[in-house]
Design a protein around this ligand. Structure first.
Ligand code: SF4
Ligand code: SF4
Ligand code: SF4
Length: 249
């Protein structure tokens, strides 16, 4: 089975946010009250009920007073997924045959370690303390349908297909190297940038923290030989994030 991917071409994005709406609609994610913080970007961050957000970036321009850059922010569906490396609860995060990194909230124990394992600050937690993030419309892909965001995008800024074919097509139109092509074993979400990725808020060289890799190799196996997922998670949490602090009132 060929690995699937989304190719995002920010140059083609008009900031209409139809992909945000389609994602919410397909995944039955409720609307949220938002606050104007002086930007057209809305909401200002990913939330447990917002899997895909269009980031609005304003940069100085010689021709116009300002230049707008728009880019979709969501889970990257990393081949080498830091969230999966650190997660101590088997099945809470899993990979499908298409390369999608999906989740099962029933198996999530709410330890929040995947936040520390993700180089892109993606996992969010709902009110029941369960992980929430883009699932690549796993159900649609399983039925040979494109993800809702790609299906809806009116400009072709988000396209879906076999990963190798998307890369080959992008190269044909002049994008020699895509963001995500080689990073973290190859991302399931690729970006065709004309500007530097950091202008869009993306790390030039995403890496899984060494401590996560180390503890993945040392402690995680213990949870499988009897220590128990919750106990292992507590130790990992202490080592990676630090001791639990009392909530401020
Ligand atoms: S972007 Fe973060 S949450 Fe998504 S697969 Fe990669 S590590 Fe996991
Ligand atoms: S792939 Fe599906 S879940 Fe992910 S951002 Fe697109 S519409 Fe949302
Ligand atoms: S639907 Fe397409 S053009 Fe509109 S904001 Fe999303 S990516 Fe951009």
């Amino acid at each position: 089975m060929a690995k699937k991917a989304l190719l995002i071409t920010p140059e083609l994005c008009i900031g209409c946010r139809a992909c945000q709406v389609a994602c919410k609609s397909w995944n039955q994610l409720p609307a949220e009250k938002t606050q104007n913080k002086g930007s057209y970007e809305n909401p200002g961050d990913l939330t447990p009920t917002l899997y895909n957000k269009i980031r609005f970036v304003e940069v100085p321009s010689e021709k116009d007073p300002i230049r707008w850059l728009f880019v979709s922010q969501r889970c990257m569906h990393c081949e080498d997924a830091g969230c999966m490396k650190i997660c101590p609860s088997p099945g809470a995060l899993y990979k499908t045959k298409d390369g999608i990194v999906s989740f099962n909230q029933d198996k999530c124990i709410g330890c929040k370690l995947c936040i520390a394992g993700c180089p892109f600050d993606i996992p969010r937690y709902n009110q029941k303390n369960k992980i929430s993030k883009c699932n690549f419309c796993e159900d649609r892909v399983a039925n040979n349908q494109p993800p809702a965001c790609a299906k809806t995008c009116p400009t072709g800024s988000i396209t879906y297909g076999d990963r190798d074919a998307l890369i080959a097509n992008a190269q044909k139109v002049g994008y020699q190297k895509l963001y995500g092509q080689m990073d973290l074993g190859g991302l399931g979400v690729l970006y065709a940038f004309k500007d530097a990725p950091k202008l869009y808020g993306l790390n030039e060289n995403p890496r899984i923290p060494e401590s996560i890799v180390f503890w993945n190799n040392v402690l995680k196996p213990l949870s499988y030989i009897g220590l128990g997922g919750v106990v292992a998670a507590s130790i990992l949490h202490y080592l990676v994030i630090g001791p639990h602090k009392e909530e401020e009132v």
